[in-house]
Design a protein around this ligand. Structure first.
Ligand SMILES: *Cc1c(COP(=O)(O)O)cnc(C)c1O
Length: 217
């Protein structure tokens, strides 16, 4: 696989869904990848990347952002409140707003800084015990709660259970976003991004299909 083939896969999926390919952003998930692979994708002109750990992002990206203009970094993994400030300084968007405590911390920091990245609320669509995210039943209230704190919530994010058809999960997220007046839908990974685009994804998070298998750390 390659960046080029995934970009054309995204365009094909958009076309098949009667959508404009420009309305789907490909987030290249560079977590745990060797630096030379990340540089190779930057050299090809791609500028939107995802990392799931703040610490790793902070080690890797400030230097790369100096070398390559226009990078937008998306934090897509679970965020501890004590990493929230660092995440806000680095990121264009945070996709893992998943609990009131984190919302309160982000709201306080946003006030202090006078700026806040775009925020996506992560929904645990499969109600899996081990997975982060607000439960589907609580999601509408949580959207309201975040809005009342003046947080810039732009959309919803989900990671469907690995052993299930992702389509109903993507549809659930799309319905939830629509009824809450949210336009952003962060859903779809290497194995299911085309299905996600068919269900309205605006941001697909694709790692291994672009970079190759992750090298275990
Ligand atoms: C790692 C990761 C991805 C990308 O996964 P691939 O299967 O390699 O495409 C997407 N979203 C999140 C939240 C991730 O942690």
């Amino acid at each position: 696989m390659s960046l080029e083939s995934i970009l054309s896969g995204v365009a094909d999926a958009a076309r098949a869904a009667n959508r404009d390919a420009a309305d789907v952003t490909l987030i290249a998930v560079s977590k745990v990848q060797p630096l030379e692979r990340v540089v190779a994708i930057l050299e090809q002109g791609h500028r939107v990347f995802g990392e799931n750990r703040v610490q790793e992002a902070a080690q890797k990206w400030p230097e790369l952002m100096e070398r390559y203009a226009g990078v937008a970094l998306h934090i897509i993994g679970p965020l501890q409140t004590n990493k929230a400030r660092q995440a806000m300084e680095l990121a264009h968007a945070i996709h893992s707003l998943d609990r009131p405590k984190l919302a309160q911390t982000l709201a306080r920091l946003a006030q202090e800084r006078g700026a806040c990245p775009d925020l996506y609320i992560q929904v645990n669509t499969g109600a899996e015990a081990q997975k982060a995210g607000i439960l589907p039943d609580a999601a509408d209230d949580f959207v309201q709660e975040c809005r009342s704190m003046d947080l810039p919530v732009v959309g919803l994010m989900c990671i469907p259970p690995v052993d299930e058809d992702p389509a109903p999960h993507f549809q659930m997220l799309a319905d939830m976003a629509a009824r809450n007046g949210l336009s952003g839908l962060s859903m779809g990974m290497s194995s299911d991004y085309a299905t996600a685009i068919a269900h309205g994804a605006t941001h697909v998070r694709v790692g291994s299909a672009i970079f190759g298998e992750r090298v275990p750390t």
